[in-house]
Ligand binder design. Structure first.
Ligand SMILES: Nc1ncnc2c1ncn2[C@@H]1O[C@H](COP(=O)(O)OP(=O)(O)OP(=O)(O)O)[C@@H](O)[C@H]1O
Length: 472
C-alpha cells in the first residue's frame, strides 16, 4: 500500500537563505499513536495503513514529493532578542493545497537535529507531543484559528530531559509557519532582498487583498487582535507568546506551557518559567501589541520613505488596543447572550468577572451555567450576583434566543490541565485510552455530553498542576 500526499512546495522555491534542506533522522521503532483521518481527507491524503503512516510520520520514510527543510527565523524570547533560532527539531515536509483551495504546511516536529538545533537534541518527548495534539485539536473544535494535528508517532527511543522519557514525533499542519521572527531574522541581518521576498510571499499566500507593507501589517494586527480576544474569551493562556511563536497567518502556534484557566483570575500564569507573569492571562492583550510592534519594526526597511513608514506603522500599532477591546467586547458580549454588544456592556461583563475573581469561580463552568440559570451556584457573593443578574436580565430581555447564542460560545468542555496531565501519565505507562477519549469529547466542546460529565469538573486542590517546559 502506498500513501499519496499531493505536495506542491512553494517555500522550497524561495532562496536557500530561508531554510536548510535536510532529511528527517531515522527512529528505532515507529509506532502510530494517532492519525487524524478527517484532516487527512481535507488535505487530499489517501491510501493509509498504520505501519506506513508510522514510517512516514515518524520520519523514517520520506513521502514522494516531499522536499524537507528546516526554516530559519529569529525571535524575542521573554523580551530578549535571539538573532537566530530556526527549526531546531522540526522539518517542513512540504505543502499541499487542501480541498478548499488553501495552501497548508505539513511539518514534522521532533524529527531530529538540524543546523538550528543549538544544544538541543532535535527530539520531542511523548508528553508534549500528546499535549500539542490534543490542545490544537481542542482549539480547532472550539473555533479558534490554530495549527492542526495530523499524526503522533512513538519513536521507540528515549529522550533525555530532567528524566529519561519516551520520544515521539508530532505532525503539524499549518496554513504556514511564517512567524514574526521570520521577518525579524532578515531585518536584523539587513538582508533586505530576502525581507522583500518574504513580504511578497506572505502577502500572496495570506493576504492577497493587500498591497503595501502597511496594509499587510494592519491585516495581521486585525487577525492577531481577534485571536487574542478569542483566547481570552475561552480562558486560554498561551504561556509563551514569544515573537517566534506569533504567526503572520493569525493561527495559534506552539502548544508548550499553555493551559485553560480553571478558577478565574486575570493574573493567572501556568508556565513555571514565566516568573514575572509576562504571559499571564490578562497580559496577553498587551503582549500581542508588543509583538506586532516588533513586526512593524522589522517591516520598516520594506518602505523607501522610512519616516513615512514609521508614522504609518505607529498609527497601526497604536490602534491595536482599541481593536482588541472591540473584539473582546464582541466575544464576551456573546458569552452573555448579546447579539450586538455595546461599549456600555463592558461594565456588565467586568462586574461579572469581578465577582468570579473574588470567589475564585470556575471560568468555563460559570459562563456555561448562565444559559441554564445555574450560574448563581458558581458565585460566592450571592447578593451581588442577584443584583447583577437583574441588570443582565434587563439587558437581554429584548434579545432573541440568547440561550442558543450562549451555548454556541460558552463551551461545556475544555482541555483541563489536570486531565491533560493524567492523560500524559497514562500514556507514559503505555495506556493511550484517555488520550483518545479526551480527543473525542473535546471534538464537541459546545455539546452537552452527559457520559463525560466528570470531565467538566474543576481540579481538586490535589490535582492542580502547573504547565511546565519539563520534557519538551
Ligand atoms: N529538543 C530540541 N532540540 C533542538 N532544538 C529545540 C529543541 N527544543 C526546542 N528547540 C528550539 O528552540 C527554539 C524555541 O523552542 P520552542 O519550544 O518555542 O519551539 P518548539 O516548540 O520546538 O517549536 P515551534 O515553535 O515550532 O512549535 C526553537 O528554535 C526550537 O526549534
Amino acid at each position: 500500500m502506498t500513501l499519496s500526499i499531493p505536495f506542491d512546495n512553494s517555500y522550497a522555491r524561495l532562496p536557500d537563505s530561508f531554510y536548510a534542506r535536510l532529511t528527517p533522522a531515522r527512529v528505532a521503532a515507529p509506532e502510530l499513536i494517532a492519525f487524524n483521518m478527517p484532516l487527512a481527507e481535507e488535505l487530499g491524503i489517501s491510501g493509509t495503513d498504520d505501519p506506513l503512516l508510522a514510517a512516514i510520520f515518524g520520519g523514517n520514510t520520506l513521502p514522494e514529493g516531499a522536499d524537507a527543510l528546516a526554516q530559519i527565523y529569529a525571535g524575542h524570547q521573554f523580551g530578549g532578542f535571539s538573532p537566530q533560532l530556526g527549526d531546531g527539531r522540526a522539518l517542513l515536509l512540504g505543502e499541499v493545497i487542501d480541498r478548499s483551495g488553501t495552501r497548508r504546511d505539513i511539518q514534522l516536529k521532533g524529527s531530529g537535529p538540524t543546523p538550528f538545533s543549538r544544544r538541543g537534541d532535535g527530539r520531542a518527548a511523548l508528553g508534549p507531543v500528546l499535549r500539542e495534539y490534543l490542545l490544537s485539536e481542542a482549539m480547532h473544535a472550539l473555533g479558534v484559528p490554530t495549527t492542526r494535528a495530523l499524526a503522533a508517532v512513538r519513536t521507540g527511543e528515549d529522550v533525555y530531559r530532567e528524566t529519561i522519557l519516551p520520544g515521539a514525533v508530532f505532525t503539524r499542519v499549518a496554513s504556514s509557519h511564517i512567524r514574526v521572527g521570520t521577518f525579524q531574522l532578515f531585518a536584523s541581518r539587513q538582508q533586505y532582498p530576502e525581507l522583500q521576498q518574504l513580504f511578497e510571499y506572505t502577502r500572496d499566500r495570506h493576504y492577497p487583498e493587500t498591497k503595501t507593507p502597511g496594509e499587510l501589517l494592519a491585516a495581521v494586527c486585525q487577525r492577531q487582535a481577534a485571536l487574542v480576544a478569542q483566547w481570552m474569551s475561552l480562558g486560554f493562556i498561551h504561556g509563551v507568546m514569544n515573537t517566534d511563536n506569533c504567526t503572520l497567518s493569525g493561527e495559534t502556534i506552539d502548544y508548550g506551557p499553555c493551559a485553560f484557566m480553571d478558577q478565574y483570575h486575570p493574573d493567572t500564569v501556568y508556565s513555571s518559567i514565566d516568573q514575572h507573569g509576562r504571559y499571564a492571562y490578562q497580559a496577553q492583550a498587551d503582549i500581542i501589541v508588543w509583538n506586532m510592534a516588533q513586526l512593524a519594526t522589522a517591516m520598516v526597511p520594506l518602505v523607501q520613505d522610512q519616516d513615512a513608514a514609521v508614522s504609518e506603522f505607529t498609527e497601526i500599532i497604536n490602534a491595536m488596543p482599541n481593536l482588541i477591546r472591540g473584539e473582546w467586547l464582541n466575544r464576551f458580549g456573546a458569552k452573555l447572550g448579546l447579539a450586538a454588544p455595546q461599549p456600555e456592556d463592558a461594565r456588565l461583563i467586568a462586574d461579572l468577572l469581578h465577582m468570579m475573581q473574588a470567589g475564585g469561580s470556575d471560568f468555563t463552568n460559570t459562563f456555561r451555567a448562565l444559559a441554564s440559570g445555574s450560574a448563581r451556584d458558581e458565585i460566592t457573593d450571592r447578593e451581588s450576583y442577584d443584583a447583577w443578574h437583574a441588570r443582565w436580565q434587563e439587558r437581554i430581555a429584548s434579545e432573541a434566543a440568547p440561550e442558543a447564542r450562549m451555548h454556541a460560545v460558552n463551551p461545556a468542555f475544555i482541555a483541563r490541565n489536570h486531565r491533560v496531565e493524567q492523560m500524559i501519565s497514562a500514556a507514559l505507562e503505555g495506556d493511550d485510552s484517555l488520550f483518545h477519549h479526551l480527543c473525542a469529547v473535546l471534538s464537541r466542546p459546545y455539546e452537552d455530553q452527559p457520559d463525560a460529565e466528570e470531565l467538566r469538573r474543576p481540579p481538586l486542590p490535589s490535582e492542580v498542576v502547573q504547565a511546565t517546559f519539563c520534557g519538551t
